[in-house]
Design a protein around this ligand. Sequence first.
Ligand code: SAM
Length: 354
Amino acid sequence: MSNQKQQVVADKQKATGDQNSRTTNLSPTNQMFQLIWPGAMAAQIVYVAAKLRLADLITQEPKTESDLAQATKTHSPSLGRFLRALVGLGIFTQDEKGRFHHTPLSETLRSEPVRAWAVMLGAPFIWRPWGELYEAIVTGRPAFERIFGSNLFDHLAAHPDDSSIFDAAMSSHSVMTSTILAAYDFSRFDRIVDVGGGRGELLLGILSAYPKLQGVLYDLPTVVAGAAAAATGPVASRCEVVGGDFFKKVPEGADAYVLKQIIHSWNDEDASRILKNCRGAIRNDGTLLIMGDVLRQSGKPDPNGGLMDMMMLVLSPGKERTEEEYRALLERAGFSMPRVIPTPGPSIIESRPA
Ligand SMILES: C[S@@+](CC[C@H](N)C(=O)[O-])C[C@H]1O[C@@H](n2cnc3c(N)ncnc32)[C@H](O)[C@@H]1O
């Protein structure tokens, strides 16, 4: 056996149990293989499992391949092979009677945010642009536009199925809302506008936590049309739902404007237009809160910031930015930039009219 093969076998033997130790104990070659071999394929496999709702089907009682093929209207032999691949990844186990059972990993596919994100990240409107990352880097043009002929948000407005997948993923992160609520005190505000607030997951969380606060959910008309909880839920009497285009205008007169995961989707020129519209709308004593990743140029491993930046590269004309880049954007739009508040989720960049 060659040295390299021996190393591979040794690594395989080491690769038991805990996912972290599996990655960190591997040789550099095998760490790289973990990235290029299961990585992308696993994302697509989990996507299909989530789309077929296998985890829900197995919940009541264990099911055989043919039960599942019948329930999902799929080709039984192919589904059987697919289930074997899932078992290999630790998603479901199979007993001696051929019935599939849940594992802790498969259980996560029964609820949000994992289900919604698995369905979104594997869906063709996200997956295909990733296949053209190379072209995006060579040309500097978002792969999404090359493939679909429009920007992501125009595409979503014209494709309700994709839009529903995207909006469901965006509104599935209740953990992120709790993280933001734990990190920031909204009690001094009277009225808060969530600009590009999707279906209102964050805004509804803030309004629930602050019973005197009024809110405005602002997003494209096609998106707010799906914001049922904002329109009719428990805090609906304090939540105005407004459809519009933040490149044209932003609802006026509030003392807090939130932009969560918005600015990174746009190039500097478009991001400035959005921020200038917020500057025109905000009260002079108001506060602007940009929420998202702030890139750190530490030169150390930090996959999350870099991966989201690549997501922006393939999907949008935007990018993740450093604190300095945010400062420059904000200053150009007439805002000061007093502080960045790190959280275990997105950072909060708090700024006031200059
Ligand atoms: C990445 S999502 C973020 C949603 C939400 N803020 C969150 O963090 O979950 C970007 C949002 O911007 C909205 N958006 C895109 N273009 C817009 C426009 N021109 N006017 C208003 N909203 C827009 C999208 O519909 C989408 O809900």
